[in-house]
Ligand binder design. Structure first.
Ligand code: DC
Length: 229
């Protein structure tokens, strides 16, 4: 069986990371959450006062990029790799609604994208990787053997994210989450550098009415087809 690269792209909260983690575990592949890297840079920008509701000091962020060190560390208890920003575990902090509100702005910056794409390509150089994000099949791994593009209605996605945040004790309204999902969809699909688009050779999966197991089974079939071809 061939060792392959699996690229999973799609809108926010379509369950990309759930699927990617399931696949990586099943195949013994490395899972990389590229969104976590954009979120960690966003947290850095927030903590340094470069981005607030009122302004965004893009130059200062760009000038700081060389001092930002990102790495993933596998947590055996959780079964996936956690995000570290300058050697600090930021896995929890990067998932808040505050970071979600700013991350699409940060992800528009070409210097940020160039830095992260380079790191992502290095992580996948030996294949055997499942990476999820917005530009994985189009920019990071245009030659990936399997590309999946995931969609679901914005209401379904907002409900999923809302349930997740509530379970973590994050006091946020469904309306605020829906607004965030819709705003991020807009920015992610309209930005100049590497907008979210379905690659021609990606297979689209609308999981509005699929449960996790059904989705996993459907994609695993595709994976096995590619590996055996
Ligand atoms: O997958 P996520 O919701 O954690 O991603 C957070 C944000 O990062 C998302 O709004 C867009 C951006 N992103 C990106 O531009 N390119 C990627 N490959 C991954 C994420």
């Amino acid at each position: 069986m061939k060792t392959i690269t699996i690229a999973i792209d799609g809108f926010s909260s379509t369950g990309k990371s759930t699927l990617a983690k399931q696949l990586a575990k099943h195949l013994g592949y490395i899972y990389v959450d590229s969104g976590a890297m954009y979120r960690a840079i966003t947290l850095f920008a927030m903590e340094n006062g470069y981005i607030t509701k009122e302004y965004f000091d893009v130059d200062s962020l760009n000038n700081s990029l060389e001092f930002i060190k990102l790495h993933f560390e596998f947590n055996a208890n959780l079964g996936f790799a956690e995000m570290y920003l300058n050697d600090r575990n930021v896995e929890k902090e990067i998932r808040t609604i505050e970071v979600s509100n700013f991350v699409s702005k940060v992800a528009e910056i070409s210097q940020v994208r160039a830095k992260l794409v380079e790191q992502q390509q290095a992580m996948g150089k030996d294949k055997g990787v499942v990476m999820d994000g917005r530009d994985i099949g189009t920019v990071v791994f245009p030659n990936a053997e399997l590309k999946i593009f995931m969609t679901a209605s914005s209401e379904t996605r907002a409900q999923r994210r809302f349930d997740e945040l509530q379970a973590k004790g994050d006091a946020v309204s469904y309306e605020a989450v829906l607004k965030n999902v819709q705003e991020r969809d807009y920015i992610d699909t309209h930005r100049e550098d590497s907008p979210l688009v379905k690659s021609d050779d990606a297979i689209e999966i609308d999981n509005s009415y699929l449960n996790k197991q059904e989705q996993f089974d459907a994609v695993l079939e595709l994976v096995e087809e590619v590996m055996n071809s």
